[in-house]
Design a protein around this ligand. Structure first.
Ligand SMILES: [Zn+2]
Length: 488
């Protein structure tokens, strides 16, 4: 601390959500954001780093930019990438000189080749470097898997309160505010933790309605009397690591009389309601037949192959199902398949062709499907998202092509997975979801707000995949057992 009371607070963020079943590992080159030092500060993105930095600045303290790294969900990091990122973080802390406190934005479900709990591992390394006295405040995604090591190494741990996530800035700000409180009042805060051996399908994790929303209201009601934050972590369920399970945390002074009880009570309430998290699933054919009986657009969620959950977006299962059972229904479906896109670009617009699509990256769940139709539209420009999430972001899905089968289904082929949680990619490719009978999205939940104004109904598909809602079909080997709903 300086004579004027200005604290030097390190600011760092390292976020990726790992899916243990993803068909490909995440490398350093997959980090769309990777900045150290002053360059970390200059990025204008409304993330948790932004929230923390704003609070530090507004309180008159000195924020010291260290690292800002973000990658889309995907497979676990390669050992090389994990080691490099750890070195970047530790080198930046060393280079910063004396710090009074550290804010660290993490996801909490980051895994790497050989390390299940990368976040806890990083926190232990940071703690070694800083020593026991410098407070560390951490923000996490609601899908974090809380470990004992994380809460032991960090003083303050707070998570997003929303899913779909809209409070990244609030969460970073909350963590920084508590860090400043600890630095300026001398009240030692700590994080209390309660866990239950339970997974919740992503489709049942909404904080807008349903059981998690009820738990969130209960958590808000007990955030008083010295308890500064209560966070609920239903955990992202495609993570095969130790200590996997549902968590509740509370931040309160170190000797708080009831914080641990509050966490235990909320975790027990969640456990008692575990059967309420069941999701109604539809076989592809049944979903298509159901859509046929409804007037208006029906959204079919192929959450089993969701890129925002770390899957590869190349399952052709719904192309196959719509060709078999969807004749006459105007349907839109997308498949990531660079080779098929190249074939369409080579053929040119207006050409009629036959090609195999899908299952090019992930071959474990599906086989390629024969697609015959006319190349309607070709393109390469990034799409500007205009839904409630990432609005204004220019999203690069690579080159793309629309193949119209003339039988009902039109297939949007892309080099990188299309962000179908938003309506923009369809329109970008000349397709209008409002005129469709069926739109297939690769998203468990993020799509709901964008499609609600135009959709008659939304059904979740019963399909296998790296992000399947059928958690009982995944071969967990590292997670502790028994674990609901894998074991009754
Ligand atoms: Zn999340």
């Amino acid at each position: 601390m300086t004579a004027t009371g200005v604290r030097r607070i390190g600011l760092a963020m390292l976020v990726q959500e790992s899916n243990s079943w993803s068909a490909r590992q995440t490398e350093l080159g997959d980090f769309q954001t990777l900045r150290t030092g002053a360059a970390a500060r200059e990025l204008d993105v409304a993330d948790e780093y932004h929230g923390a930095a704003g609070v530090v600045r507004a309180a008159g303290h000195e924020g010291v930019p260290l690292l800002r790294a973000w990658a889309m969900s995907g497979g676990p990091l390669t050992a090389d990438a994990a080691a490099t990122l750890e070195r970047m973080l530790l080198d930046a802390i060393r280079a910063a000189g004396r710090l009074d406190g550290l804010y660290l934005g993490l996801h909490g479900a980051l895994a790497a080749d050989g390390i299940g709990d990368v976040d806890g591992h990083l926190l232990a390394a940071v703690r070694d470097l800083l020593g026991p006295e410098i407070p560390v405040a951490v923000s996490l995604d609601l899908h974090a898997n809380l470990t004992r090591r994380m809460v032991r190494q960090a003083d303050i741990v707070v998570g997003y309160h929303t899913y779909p996530h809209i409070d990244q800035v609030r969460t970073g700000a909350a963590a920084a505010r508590l860090l400043i409180e600890q630095l300026t009042t001398g009240v030692r805060l700590r994080t209390y933790l309660a866990k239950r051996p339970m997974l919740v399908p992503a489709e049942a994790q909404s904080t807008g309605d349903g059981p998690i929303a009820d738990l969130r209201r209960l958590a808000d009601a007990v955030t008083s009397g010295g308890i500064r934050d209560v966070s609920i972590f239903p955990v992202q369920p495609w993570l095969d690591v130790g200590e996997l399970g549902f968590a509740v945390t509370a931040v309160a002074p170190a000797d708080h009389p009831t914080a641990q009880h509050r966490c235990d009570d909320l975790a027990e309430t969640a456990w008692d309601r575990r059967h309420d998290f069941d999701v109604e699933l539809y076989e592809p054919r049944a979903a298509i037949e159901r859509a046929r009986t409804l007037d208006g657009l029906v959204v079919l969620s192929e959450s089993a192959d969701s890129p925002t959950a770390g899957a590869t977006g190349d399952s052709p299962a719904m192309v196959d199902a719509l060709l078999r059972h969807g004749a006459g229904l105007r349907s839109l479906v997308t498949v990531a398949d660079p080779a098929a896109v190249a074939a369409c670009h080579d053929a040119g617009p207006g050409t009629r062709l036959s090609l195999d699509v899908g299952a090019g990256i992930d071959r474990r769940f599906h086989r390629p499907v024969r697609l015959t139709g006319e190349v309607r539209r070709l393109g390469a420009e990034p799409v500007e998202l205009d839904g409630p999430f990432m609005k204004g972001t220019r999203y690069d899905m690579g080159r793309f092509a629309v193949v119209d089968t003339g039988l009902g289904p039109a297939v949007l082929l892309t080099e990188q997975p299309a962000p179908t949680f938003d309506l923009a990619p369809w329109r970008h490719a000349g397709l209008d979801p409002r005129e469709a009978d069926i739109v297939v999205v690769r998203s468990a939940h993020m799509y709901t707000q964008a499609y609600a104004p135009i959709a008659r109904a939304a059904l979740t598909l019963d399909l296998p995949g790296a992000s399947t809602p059928r958690l009982d079909t995944l071969a967990f080997t590292n997670a502790p057992r028994p674990l609901y709903p894998l074991d009754s």
